[in-house]
Ligand binder design. Structure first.
Ligand SMILES: Nc1ncnc2c1ncn2[C@@H]1O[C@H](COP(=O)(O)OP(=O)(O)OP(=O)(O)O)[C@@H](O)[C@H]1O
Ligand SMILES: [Mg+2]
Length: 488
């Protein structure tokens, strides 16, 4: 067996009173992929940042090909052969895709910016390798989500790292895209790189990795083959959780003659691009409706039209009156609350302040009661109250965004891709929370998802949105047979 490329031991990181990483050790050999799993906030991203030198460890050793780099600045660790693909995309927005990749290819000195013809051809080759060949000259803001993730991968491989740290590459991707990304990561193995992979898509991680390590509250809990680790009692309890089961209610059981929300023949144009075309959906009071569709199908545009954030043709009726011409603020005050895919948290404000903002229109007593209920739902949010929102882990931010939306006491709650980046066990909790809402309140929910396994069990009715149009409508029981093929 060859010597490990990466050898970590006793790695520890404290943030104030919180020990985010406690004495973690791991080894990865050339051509090996190690999966790192664990619930939200268990310290996975922090482990990567410590290895990469983005955060300084309080203790521990990080050996890259035998050299201890713990505590070195990030650029030196990069030069030693370590690259990272971040959980969140961070493109330079004024540069094109190609320019973004070229920048990653440059040496640390800026003197010969873009002068070297080799840089151009290398960048193009990398772009093609990750599947960005067709969008070289576009700006990041105009790219679909998956392409932004591809760009992060391209930037990481640009420096030809021996060790690649990949944080949640699959979040928000469709199954086809996950397949492409898996193949790319597999090719790293064939090139003899050492890969550390974090993702909550348990199935895809298991299929890809040689070994898995599981963490909980900053500590090691299990390691072995994917099969061994997924069978582990503690991993099952704290991470995987149980299956999601709920039952759809037939449309006829909703008594309102006129649906609460009625979207009719809605069209949205972005410049010349038709983002929605003759879209009609309706939602009854108390009903849970899922809109499923791939990235770019138009889900977010539909929700933004309902929330009054984009101009549209056609009509959107709310409790019998048309919403057209009303401001987003007025629409929100009237009970339509959207939890956006992009979360839109106030990063410099604390967790508690973000929540309180959501509940500012409530009386003090009501606000407290609601906060208590949300803390029960998301205990980790309770524990993180004083922390700045931007320092929360990916999944914790998602939970806070959902909690803030619920704080507003919506009549219609619009959840846009709520499952993004959540651990299976949190999905189960969220699922139970939605189920409880369904049984104990008259809240109406419109859920946008491409994660069909989550969207189906929570829906009374399902719409499929494809290329700006609704192509199927029905109850979830019929979905698999009639519409599921491409989405399941
Ligand atoms: N700068 C910081 N200040 C305070 N606490 C922090 C900071 N960065 C991270 N944390 C906390 O450390 C814990 C570990 O965070 P980390 O991002 O490593 O989790 P994770 O395992 O990657 O979770 P997820 O799956 O949700 O991405 C979290 O509870 C987070 O709130
Ligand atoms: Mg993370």
């Amino acid at each position: 067996m060859s010597a490990p490329l990466l050898e970590v031991s006793g790695l520890t990181k404290r943030f104030g009173g919180l020990v985010a990483v406690k004495g973690i050790g791991l080894e990865i050999r050339p051509g090996e992929i190690l999966g790192l799993i664990g619930p939200n906030g268990s310290g996975k991203s922090t482990v990567m940042k410590l290895i990469m030198g983005i955060e300084r460890p309080n203790a521990g050793m990080v050996k890259v090909e035998g050299v201890d780099v713990a505590g070195w600045p990030s650029h030196r660790i990069a030069r030693q052969g370590v690259g990272i693909v971040f959980q969140h995309s961070r493109p330079l927005h004024r540069q094109t895709v190609l320019e973004n990749i070229k920048l990653a290819l440059l040496p640390d000195s800026l003197i010969r910016l873009f002068a070297d013809p080799e840089v151009e051809s290398k960048a193009i080759a990398i772009a093609e390798r990750v599947g960005l060949g067709a969008v070289l000259h576009r700006r990041p803001a105009t790219l679909p989500f998956a392409d932004l993730r591809r760009m992060e991968l391209a930037k990481a491989v640009a420096r030809d790292p021996k060790i690649v740290l990949v944080d949640e590459p699959f979040a928000g991707l469709t199954s086809g895209e996950v397949h492409d990304f898996s193949n790319l990561i597999r090719s790293f193995r064939e090139e003899g790189r050492a890969v550390l992979l974090v993702d909550h898509n348990v199935k895809s991680v298991s299929a890809l990795v040689d070994r898995v390590k599981a963490m909980y509250l900053g500590e090691h809990i299990a390691e072995g083959t994917a099969e061994e680790v997924m069978r582990d009692e503690t991993v099952r309890r704290v991470y995987l959780g149980g299956a999601i089961t709920t039952a759809a209610r037939p449309e006829a059981s909703f008594k309102d003659a006129e649906p609460l929300l009625k979207v009719e023949d809605v069209g949205v144009l972005y410049g010349k691009a038709q983002a929605l075309e003759k879209v009609s959906i309706h939602v009854h009071e108390g009903e849970f409706v899922s809109v499923v569709g791939l990235n770019g199908a138009g889900k977010t545009t539909l929700f933004n039209a309902i929330s009054g954030l984009v101009p549209y043709s056609g009509t959107i009726g709310w409790g019998g009156t048309a919403l057209a011409g009303r401001t987003p603020a007025a629409i929100a005050r009237d009970g339509i609350v959207q939890c956006p895919e992009t979360r839109e948290l106030f990063g410099d404000m604390s967790v508690r302040e973000n929540l309180d903002l959501g509940g500012q229109h409530l009386s003090k007593a009501e606000r407290l009661e609601r906060t208590e209920w949300l803390f029960e739902l998301f205990p980790i949010i309770k524990a993180r109250q004083p922390q700045a929102a931007k320092t929360l882990s990916g999944g914790e931010q998602q939970m806070l965004a959902i909690a803030r939306a619920l704080m507003m006491k919506p009549r219609l709650l619009i959840l846009d891709e709520p499952t993004l980046g959540l651990a299976p066990v949190i999905l189960e909790q969220l699922s139970k929370a939605l189920e409880k809402l369904r049984q104990t309140t008259s809240i109406t929910v419109l859920l946008g998802e491409q994660n069909v396994t989550f969207a189906l069990p929570h829906a009374d009715r399902v719409y499929v949105l494809e290329h700006a149009r609704i192509i199927w409508e029905g109850d979830p029981g019929r979905f698999a047979k009639e519409a599921g093929a491409g989405l399941l």
